[in-house]
Design a protein around this ligand. Structure first.
Ligand SMILES: [Zn+2]
Length: 133
């Protein structure tokens, strides 16, 4: 992920801000300008919507061979989480043993270090999900 794009998206990433179509009530995250269902009718009718950050694990995978910048954390779990509002996010699952992971498990967003840039010393934060106990 490029740094400029990352910083541009920071408000959404930190606050889980999406958009809600006020015609059909569908919620989108990341935010969309136009609802794909209502199309032109939704122009100007998309409202900011703060997601609760709770959802259910739909599927997950264990990463053993991580991309650059993520080395040292493997193995770790990445899941597709269906948020209660209906949209899906991909996120790392933390604070949960890999053998505890289950499809259908309830999770909640939390903010954690995502990656560290060794050269610049920058540390990026974003959401990950943890099990609700
Ligand atoms: Zn709509």
């Amino acid at each position: 992920m490029g740094v400029p794009r990352y910083w541009r998206e920071i408000p959404q990433r930190y606050n889980l801000l999406g958009k809600k179509c006020s015609i059909c009530n569908e919620v989108f995250f990341p935010p969309r300008v136009i609802c794909p269902t209502c199309r032109r009718k939704s122009i100007g009718k998309m409202e900011e919507y703060k997601l609760k950050g709770e959802g259910t694990v739909e599927t997950y995978t264990i990463i053993h061979d991580p991309p650059p910048h993520f080395e040292g954390e493997e193995p770790y779990a990445v899941a597709i989480i269906k948020l209660d509002e209906g949209c899906k996010v991909i996120a790392q699952i933390v604070d949960c043993g890999l053998d505890e992971l289950q499809i259908g498990m309830r999770t909640k967003a939390c903010f954690r270090k995502i990656q560290e840039d060794g050269k610049s010393g920058a540390i990026y934060y974003g959401y990950k999900f943890r099990k609700i106990t």
